[in-house]
Design a protein around this ligand. Structure first.
Ligand SMILES: [Zn+2]
Ligand SMILES: [Zn+2]
Length: 205
């Protein structure tokens, strides 16, 4: 399976890759797929914050087996592992999670042998240096996977109930609550769901 999700990110920063080689992950990590292009982005970011040695050895991989964890960082092996579901959300989410995980490596690299808290002040400082000063400590994906695919949203004009659907609703669908309450459970045009723009994340999550 070929993963080259880093390509668009590289284009964004005007680094056109010369080739698109797929590097096999070490045998002891089955399922992992390294992403050489995203690694280029990561190395550049880490060099920019002054960790040249770390930039030379770090790797970035995708793990399709991850469920709700957005990403992981392992300082011992200098690995960042990302959840491919991030791509379904947005390239911005890939970028943000990459920086979150790199901040773990950068913070530990700067601290040397001293033990630091996973999301302590050293990590926060590294996040700020990597361009995500307001980063949260949570590693979980912002949406449940099942709900990412719901692209069409409808709202009852009466009670404001929101209906989320993967596909566009072609038939006439009215709000059952309002039809029951005001029309004896029968269809009423007045309570027909109207398509709306994506509601805020609080509702979609
Ligand atoms: Zn973290
Ligand atoms: Zn209603």
């Amino acid at each position: 399976m070929v993963f080259n999700f880093g390509r668009d990110l590289l284009r964004q920063i005007n680094l056109i890759p010369r080739h698109n080689a797929i590097v096999r992950a070490p045998r002891r990590s089955p399922g992992l797929r390294r992403d050489p292009l995203l690694e280029e982005v990561a190395r550049m970011l880490v060099r920019q914050v002054g960790c040249r040695r770390l930039a030379q050895v770090l790797t970035v991989s995708w793990n399709p087996r991850m469920r709700t964890t957005a990403g992981l960082a392992c300082y011992r092996t200098k690995q960042v592992i990302l959840n491919p579901k991030l791509i379904e959300i947005s390239s911005g989410e890939v970028q943000r999670t990459l920086r979150h995980e790199l901040a773990h490596l950068v913070a530990q690299s700067r601290a040397g042998r001293r033990r630091i808290a996973a999301h302590g002040e050293e990590w926060l400082k590294a996040c700020a240096d990597l361009g995500i000063p307001d980063e949260k400590r949570c590693h979980d994906l912002p949406f449940k996977t099942r709900k990412i695919a719901r692209r069409h949203f409808y709202q009852c004009p009466e009670c404001a109930t929101i209906l989320a659907r993967v596909r566009r609703v072609k038939s006439r669908v009215a709000c059952i609550k309002c039809c029951r309450k005001h029309n004896g459970g029968k269809y009423q045009e007045r309570f027909r769901f109207r398509e709306i723009a994506m509601p805020d994340e609080r509702i979609a999550a």
